[in-house]
Design a protein around this ligand. Structure first.
Ligand code: GTR
Length: 413
C-alpha cells in the first residue's frame, strides 16, 4: 500500500502542466522520408511516405493484426421500425468470428433515421455497454466482462439494467437522427475486454501453436478495437440502408485512439473524429505535458504493442510522432477535439498534432489548420482538418456533437 502511494505521488509529481516548462522537441516532418527524401506530391506521399509511416505505427506503436479474419456469420437479434418515438429504425446485429475452434461475437446497435435513404453513419464504441447510451428499454444488455463502477451500479464485472441510460449524456442521439445521420455503437469489451489479459477477446483466436500473448510487434487492445470498427464496416457494406462510403469513425479518449488507428488502417472510413484522445491518440508524444508514454504504458500495458515500450522516457528516439498518425487519414476529413480542463490529454499537443498533419492534406488541395494559432475555447475551426477546444472536462458533450454534425454537413454531403 505504501509503495502504491509512493509510486502514485512520483508519477503525479512528474506530470508537467506548465507550458513554459515544456522542453524543446523535434517535430518529424511528414513530408521527409526516413531516408531524407522530400515528398512534394500526393502520388509520392501514397507511394513511398504513407506506407513507411503506416508500417512504423503498425509494428512499433499499435501492433499488427496477425491475420485477416472475415465475418463468419451475422445475425439480426432484434429490429424495430418505430424506435425513438417513431423517427428511427433500430437494429441490433451480432457479428460472429470463428478460428481454431474458438469464437467471438459482438453486437452493433444501429439507429437509422426513417426518412433518409443511404444514410451516413457515425460509428463509435461505448465504455459500459450499448444499453448505457439510451433509455431505450429494448437495447440488449451485454454479457461481456466489464469494469466495476459504483456510480453506474456495476458489480461483479457484470452489466445489468441498473446501468441502462447512464451514458445518454455522451450520445446526442436525437440531434444525430434529426440531422439525418445514423448512429452505430458497440460495447468495446465485447471485442477485447479492457484488462491486461490476452487470454480473452479477439486476440486468442489468432494465436499460433503454444502462443498465449501477442508477439512484440503484434496487436495490443487499441489495435483490436480498431479491428472491430473495420469489421463493423464489413457488415455495413452488406446493408443497403447504409451509405458505406460515408461512415465516420468516432471515439472518446482511449476509444478515440482506436478510432484514429482504425481510420489510418482502413481507408473505407470517410472520416475520423478524435474526442479528447490524448496520449497515444491525437496528442504529440514528444511534447512533455500531461500523460507520457511511460505512464500510459505502465498503467495500461495491454493497449499498445510491446515494441512501443522501448520509448518510455525515451520519446526522443521515436522517428515519428502522432501528427503523422493523423496524416495517414488524409485526405479524408479529420476532427480533433479537446477540452479545456482535460490537461492530462494535453489540448495544445492535440491542436499542434492536427496543425502539423495539415501539410499532407494540403498536398491534396484540402484545407487543414494552416498557419492558424490555437483558437480560443468554443471557437471551432471546421476545415477538412477540424479542431475545437471547448470549456469543461474530459467528456463528450452536446456541444461536441453539434460541432461534429455541422462539420459533417460541410465535408460529407
Ligand atoms: C486515462 C488514460 C488516458 C485516456 C483515458 C480514458 O486514464 O490515461 O490515456 O485514454 O483514460 O480512456 O478515459
Amino acid at each position: 500500500m505504501l509503495l502504491f502511494f509512493i509510486s502514485m505521488s512520483i508519477s503525479k509529481a512528474q506530470t508537467n502542466y506548465t507550458e513554459s516548462e515544456v522542453p524543446f522537441f523535434e517535430v518529424p516532418n511528414p513530408l521527409t522520408t526516413f531516408k531524407g527524401e522530400t515528398i512534394s506530391t500526393n502520388t509520392a506521399w501514397e507511394k513511398s511516405r504513407r506506407p513507411e509511416l503506416h508500417a512504423f505505427f503498425r509494428e512499433n506503436v499499435y501492433g499488427r493484426v496477425p491475420e485477416n479474419l472475415k465475418i463468419d456469420s451475422y445475425n439480426i437479434l432484434e429490429q424495430d421500425h418505430n424506435a425513438l418515438n417513431g423517427k428511427a429504425k433500430r437494429t441490433q446485429v451480432e457479428l460472429t468470428f470463428t478460428k481454431n475452434n474458438k469464437e467471438l461475437s459482438f453486437t452493433i446497435l444501429l439507429y437509422l433515421p426513417k426518412h433518409v435513404k443511404n444514410t451516413a453513419v457515425f460509428l463509435g464504441y461505448n465504455f459500459y455497454g450499448n444499453h448505457t447510451i439510451t433509455e431505450d428499454e429494448s437495447v440488449i444488455i451485454s454479457t461481456a466482462w466489464t469494469d466495476n463502477n459504483k456510480e453506474f451500479g456495476i458489480e461483479n464485472n457484470t452489466l445489468t439494467a441498473a446501468s441502462r441510460g447512464k451514458r445518454t449524456n455522451r450520445w446526442a442521439i436525437d440531434k444525430i437522427i434529426d440531422a439525418g445521420y445514423g448512429l452505430a455503437t458497440i460495447y468495446y469489451g465485447e471485442v477485447d475486454p479492457d484488462k491486461n489479459d490476452f487470454s480473452d477477446g479477439i486476440h486468442h483466436l489468432l494465436y499460433g501453436e503454444n502462443q498465449n500473448q501477442p508477439k512484440p510487434d503484434e496487436w495490443g487492445s487499441i489495435a483490436a478495437w480498431a479491428w472491430g470498427l473495420s469489421k463493423a464496416m464489413d457488415y455495413f457494406e452488406t446493408n443497403p440502408e447504409i451509405e458505406a462510403t460515408k461512415v465516420i469513425a468516432f471515439g472518446h479518449s482511449r476509444l478515440g485512439k482506436a478510432a484514429l488507428w482504425a481510420g489510418a488502417n482502413d481507408q473505407r472510413f470517410a472520416g475520423v473524429i478524435s474526442n479528447n484522445s490524448g496520449c497515444g491518440g491525437a496528442a504529440m508524444s514528444k511534447r512533455k505535458y500531461g500523460e507520457t508514454l511511460a505512464v500510459i504504458n505502465q498503467r495500461f500495458p495491454h493497449w499498445f504493442c510491446t515494441n512501443f515500450k522501448q520509448y518510455n522516457n525515451n520519446e526522443e528516439a521515436l522517428v515519428v510522432d502522432q501528427h503523422q498518425l493523423l496524416a495517414l487519414i488524409a485526405p479524408r476529413p479529420l476532427y480533433v477535439a479537446s477540452a479545456e480542463e482535460d490537461r492530462w490529454a494535453d489540448p495544445r499537443g492535440e491542436f499542434l498534432s492536427a496543425k502539423y498533419a495539415s501539410s499532407v492534406y494540403e498536398l491534396y488541395g484540402k484545407k487543414g489548420i494552416g498557419d492558424m494559432e490555437m483558437p480560443s475555447t468554443n471557437l471551432p475551426i471546421h476545415n477538412t482538418v477540424a479542431y475545437h477546444i471547448r470549456t469543461g472536462k474530459h467528456d463528450v458533450t452536446d456541444y461536441d456533437w453539434e460541432q461534429y454534425i455541422k462539420w459533417a454537413n460541410i465535408h460529407l454531403r
